[in-house]
Design a protein around this ligand. Sequence first.
Ligand code: FAD
Length: 489
Amino acid sequence: MTVQTSMDQFTAITDALRVIVGPSHVLCDAADLASYATDWTGQFKNEADAIAVVRPETTEQVAEIVKLCAANAITVVPQGGRTGLCGGGVPVAGQPSLILSLTRMNAVRAIDPAGRTVVAEAGVVLEPLQEAALSNGLIFPLMFGAKGSCTIGGNLATNAGGSNVVRYGNTRELCLGIEAVMPDGTVVNALTGLRKDNTGYDLKDLLIGAEGTLGIITAAVFKLFPKPTSRATAFLSVASLDGAIDVLNRLQDYTGSAVEAFEFMPRAAVDTICTAFPDIRRPLETPAEIGILMEVASSRPHDAEEMDDGSIRLETQVMELLGALMEDGLVLDAMIAQSEQQRADLWRMRESTLEAITETGPAYHLDISLPLANIGPFVAEMDAAALDAGFQPVTVGHLGDGNLHYALMAGAVHEWDSLPLDATKNVAFALLTRLNGSFSAEHGIGQSKLPVMTQLKEPTQVAVMRAIKHALDPQNMINPGKLIPELKN
Ligand code: FAD
């Protein structure tokens, strides 16, 4: 629904919003609109269609705002930390909308150390939530580079993944319940935190990954986990991508499924990072063509015991296994972090990838997933096609989950604008279709992936999504123009 807001209506709406949230939390200045209407990528920037920004502090205020907007046919764009990479959190062009920022709803409402759960509001930033868990001797294991800015509402709305999914699952697996405001302003409170509750459709699972198109998440209950007391972190050079999967499985078998992260970092990625950020040290003297950043962690006291040589048992076990993997020719070289600082340096390198690519130049980012057995064939065929077309592929990935962040950058002697991007993207999509992959593993669809959603998503699934959207939001008032392709006439 496209709405033209007259000056009188604008004044009436903003006045009503000020009554709900207080005058200082309705932002209409050009500078505020510009900043809230621009996402992390800078590619999605649309202050022209931002009617205003409203910053509620309570669920009741969110409900009142949504009711006001529904009554006045004003569309609402829910927004967290604006770190989403697909333009989901800013208004679409030609669709004047109210931006509803959840960042003031930032209370950790309760931590239950015995039940190992936390209830947090949607605007809580991921890193402070991790710290709150740690201060209770537990961890909240969601982990990725945007942790200092992204909110848990955004994490839920995009079903965010990251580096620890191999052990703990996506945001969906971490969530036990949700509180949300539906498109008609009704508040759904499912914050019981039950681990078992088979009483009908699971509304949290509808809202998680819906990218704000079905309602506004205001709070959630999450699982917490025991804090690891021993860790082994290493950077490996492995002989092949197929062999890397064997390394992962051997590590899982040997450590009792204690692998927390298994990140693919080939040479082009490490080169790009270390060139963009010269203070980041290369982990191995002889660069790894196929590098893996791996971490194993345990909360078992036995694994944290000090051995005769002063090392920790878990580290010794991992070193033993790496020795065996080297003898088998699967691992060629390894650097094992000897201190917390070395571990932090390795993670800083990994988490700088996106910034390094952005610093280096224009790029097209594929965020894809494949069955583990098809990762090697995809990378081999896609790298060849990309290089042939004049691109430099720069890939990192959560290999344990079959998820690759595959960036196409301009090769050394090529101008970005002269490169055949659409044709090369189509090579990738055809390969994904052939190899049973997905064109969006964890970043979602937003605005940027709508064309490929139209092109590749099974039409019957899109039709069911439209039916759900229509049932819950018949006027298309909440986050229109995102996730679900428009019906073609
Ligand atoms: P926003 O960007 O503000 O919004 C994202 C979407 O969620 C929008 O559609 C918005 O409308 C909706 N939304 C936000 N809050 C709510 C709410 N309360 N209720 C309903 N809908 C809402 N993602 C990964 O999955 N894995 C990674 O490893 C990863 N690494 C990243 C690294 C960097 C450096 C950056 C910049 C991003 C990365 N991302 C990653 C993407 C991003 O951080 C996640 O998508 C994050 O979950 C978005 O949270 P946000 O609060 O910034 O949401």
